[in-house]
Design a binder for this molecule. Sequence first.
Ligand SMILES: Nc1ncnc2c1ncn2[C@@H]1O[C@H](COP(=O)(O)OP(=O)(O)O)[C@@H](O)[C@H]1O
Ligand SMILES: [Mg+2]
Length: 648
Amino acid sequence: MNENENNGLVQREQQQSSGLDLGRALGVGGPEIKEVDKAENFRATVVRLIKYLKPQYPMLIAMILIAGIGAWFAIWVPDIMKKVTNCLADSIEYFIDIGRPPDGNNQLYSYIAPILLTCGALYVLNALFQFTSGLIAASMSQRVVRRMRNDVKQKLDKVPLSYFDATPTGDVIARFTIDIEMISLTLQDSINQIITGVTTVIGVFIMMVRIDWLLSIIALVSLPMLIVVSAVIVKKSQKEFARQQERIGVLNGHIEEMYTAHHVVKLYNHEKESIETYEKINKELKKATRRSQFLASIILPSIKFIDNLCYVGICVGGGLRAGGGLITIGDIQALLSYTRQFAQPIENISNIANTIQSSIAAAERVFQVFDLEEMSEEGSRSISVSECEGRVDIEHVAFSYDKDKPLITDLSLHVNAGESIAIVGPTGAGKTTLVNLLMRFYDIDKGRILIDGVDITEYSRNDLRSLYGMVLQDTWLFNGTVADNIAYGNPGATREEIIEAAKEAHADQFIVTMENGYDTVLKEGATNISAGQRQLLTIARAILKKPRIIILDEATSSVDTRTEKYVQSAMLAMMKDKTSFVIAHRLSTIKHAAVILVMNHGDVVEQGNHETLMAKKGFYYELYNAQFAGVSDENRDDDTAESRFRQT
Ligand SMILES: Nc1ncnc2c1ncn2[C@@H]1O[C@H](COP(=O)(O)OP(=O)(O)O)[C@@H](O)[C@H]1O
Ligand SMILES: [Mg+2]
């Protein structure tokens, strides 16, 4: 039992650490491992958790009752069994005195058999009740977990994007996985064990007092010793376990770092350092493991030791009292079995105390998600792609991610329906931010953004976003077939439409050469195709969506120059009659744009077409020249210019 408990503990700890490693794997670093995971506001969280369980109250109460009653059946048995012992003891005396009477055995059987049957029945009932309460606990905990996952999901759908910017992905994932899993564990196991344990300790003690109050004092004395030993050692060993887990986490992180960047490590001749670091961490891990193993291994013997002292005490005391005729042999036997039942629940409870503590901490983190501020109310006005003209007005907009660091301070812009706007500017100028605001991924601090003369906050978010098609530098493809990936924004699209869109995006050529064509399954992160091919797929996806307003944020940055020529023509066709915002493209796209916005430090510093901007000899002119410095004049035709004019 003790070993099982400890294994369970290790598993839980490992789950926790694998969650953290997930965070690390995502390159975001998990939350710091603390020695003991404690809730900041324990009591409030417990109260809140109890309130949260409200729909499960009937099940919870049934479970507690059944577990409590079930424990009583087992408590009863020694008390009944003692009659058998007494009877046997009597009959032994009886045999010695008067030999074998004709009805002696019959009497033995008629008296003992029913008692044994009752005991058997009590054990069966005990098992049945335990089984039932376990079933109820499992079902209850699954319900709670499902509800909690749904609630977290629904909440996260309403949380502004800035939360995800500020929160490591691993952290968000941990809420869904280990935190909720932790709570479920407590609901499933710990409550049951506590109810059974507490009932057993109380029940056993009552029984002992009933048999002989003097001898039960021996048990009473051992009780605090048991509690102290299990609490102190278990606590210490859990601390060491946490340290061990932390070291494992560091080791995993190191291994992962070294193997994901295998070639870099080799290239820079860092193998030796890497091995040294590994050995250092490994040594520390060995130390931590030895200590935790040592502590874990002394728990059981220490408890057994106290338990045995108590056992001996009762044997001796019981012998004396029985000799004096104050109690029977059956009483001693019952007391001895009760002593055996005493220690285990206490040890169990101290073992799960930490699990419960961690669960409350986990619940607190989940509740923190529930308390997050939601996005501003969305409008109710509906708009569809076919109704939308695509006129965009930006009026004196101010926005910053961090209120202390102003980014966009006063930006105004008028874009006619169907117009193409190119946005250029150095890295960090705020180009991506501007398009994020257009799609209302963030709420602006000041000013208004209008589409067709209506403030975008009046539209519902879904409708607003349905107007846009976007292709970004970072491609996002999911684990699914090529066709599914293209149809992502348009799940109802037919195979013909998908193929047509892929052809327009010049993706068809490479798709048909793949093993299963459009049904080829893309691996996670689509690592089985090149960066350029991934981008073509996202372009096909945007084409298929047939949006009203198009946003291309460095959309062809990973496509080679030759492919880009095709894609550019496809994109030009896609952009026809549509309002479009094209960020930092190669020159031909920019030149084609009716308006070029030159951004710097969050503001539009210049505006005009290529010729007027060049003639102005201002920021754009500088930017342009800086890009082409060292390229002789005759080489400055569109081709080389295109391939070099890359802004981020
Ligand atoms: N999600 C974000 N949270 C906080 N700051 C951000 C975020 N995204 C961008 N920034 C900051 O805002 C500025 C503008 O970034 P961005 O619009 O992405 O520039 P660009 O696309 O022109 O390179 C940068 O200084 C960048 O560090
Ligand atoms: Mg950008």
